[in-house]
Ligand binder design. Structure first.
Ligand code: KG4
Ligand code: ZN
Length: 356
């Protein structure tokens, strides 16, 4: 294996954990030279969710052109690459395997190191891309379609999970709420937009606390409360139970009031646990990542909180909120500097890493 003397490292990142096929080239862990994302939303829209078999097939078709495009846009040659990084966990196993296989083939043929990266840890570092470095210790918050988690980071490679959702992820709850309100897929961004027009106090939807000290999250109760508020309580029993109404009977104003009330409750639940964590852990920085960091209200509330406490908050630029490969390559630079490479036995896993 060649360990190129190039410093800072130029890393090609590959991401295929769910329904985006992505490749990016990042220099020195934060300078993004290219960031290519091929989304599959059109393929999954009619099923209102990601179909794993369709996703892995689409990754196979797209991975090579996406990598080629990332290299072209970065204007670097394969010989300039220091390492290849790949998101190898957590995610859909068939989708992850496509990225891992492509990364192995490329790194092996170039004779350079391969670095496997936990997708969730990478989300936490998306706010450092194209930005200045941060100070540690940091509190980390991942809010995405599949995960809602809090971490304490004593350093970039010392990542410890301190809380997570016990049922739905916040993005999943947004997507389901959008389905209840008949807003289409993917629902999160559409619900966020509609919420900005509504009255957040119109409906008293629940903010889950899970007791007085827990740092875990729960969103299924909020989702069910919205369902019954919009569609009414089920009539009948067992498999014959039916909901008396649906969102097609709502006016635009009524819909936006439901959206705003849902958004208030969902974002309040996140802020509640971030505040709780800050009581226990003294940190200098709040690192955030995942698709829901694109949410207008969450961005504002986290910015206000950090300002009030004199803390540095990193909300990723919009291009790096959703799944992307720049964050994979960015985080891999920390592992590269520490000499934490993988070998050809690197495996894909549906589960998140424990620790690092
Ligand atoms: O991180 P991501 O791309 O994929 C996962 O790793 O899960 O996150 C996608 C999620 C979806 O559930 C989507 O609805 C949600 O992020 N999302 C939003 C917004 N933009 C994307 N949720 C609320 N408000 C938004 N503006
Ligand atoms: Zn993600």
């Amino acid at each position: 294996m060649v360990l190129r003397a190039s410093h800072p490292p130029v890393i090609l990142g590959i991401e295929s954990s769910c329904d985006e096929t992505a490749a990016a080239v990042v220099r020195g862990g934060h300078h993004v030279l290219s960031n290519v994302i091929a989304t599959q939303h059109d393929l999954h829209e009619r099923y209102a969710g990601v179909v794993p078999e369709i996703a892995s097939r689409a990754h196979i078709e797209r991975i090579t052109p996406v990598i080629r495009q990332a290299m072209e846009r970065a204007d670097v040659s394969y010989g300039d690459l220091t390492a290849v990084a790949v998101g190898n966990r957590p995610g859909l196993i068939g989708s992850l395997l496509v990225g891992v296989s492509a990364a192995k083939a490329l790194a092996w043929s170039l004779g350079i190191p391969i670095i496997g990266v936990d997708h969730l840890h990478a989300h936490l570092f998306a706010g450092l891309l194209d930005e200045e470095p941060v100070e540690f210790p940091a509190l980390g918050l991942v809010v995405s379609g599949g995960h809602t988690s809090l971490y304490i980071l004593r350093s970039p490679l010392d990542v410890r999970l301190i809380g997570h959702t016990i049922d739905d992820a916040i993005g999943e709850a947004y997507d389901k709420a959008a389905t209840i309100l008949q807003l289409g897929y993917p629902g999160g961004p559409r619900l966020d937009k509609l919420a900005q027009l509504g009255n957040e106090d119109a409906h008293d939807l629940p903010v889950s606390m899970l007791g007085k000290t827990s740092l875990d999250f729960s969103f299924s109760g909020l989702k069910t409360s919205l369902l019954y508020a919009v569609c009414g309580q089920p009539v009948g029993r067992g498999s014959d139970a039916a909901l008396p109404r649906d969102a097609s009977m709502l006016t635009d104003v009524e819909k936006s009031d439901f959206a705003a009330s849902f958004q208030r409750a969902a974002v309040s639940a996140i802020l509640l646990k971030v505040r709780r964590a800050l009581k226990t852990y003294k940190v200098k920085t709040l690192l955030t990542g995942g698709g829901v960091t694109a949410n207008s209200r969450l961005r504002k509330e986290l910015t206000d909180l950090a300002k009030a406490r004199g803390m540095d908050v990193r909300l990723p630029r919009m291009a790096y909120c959703l799944d992307n490969a720049a964050m994979i390559a960015g985080y891999a630079a920390w592992k590269y500097e520490a000499g934490r490479f993988d070998d050809w036995s690197l495996a894909a896993s549906p589960r998140a890493a424990i620790g690092v």
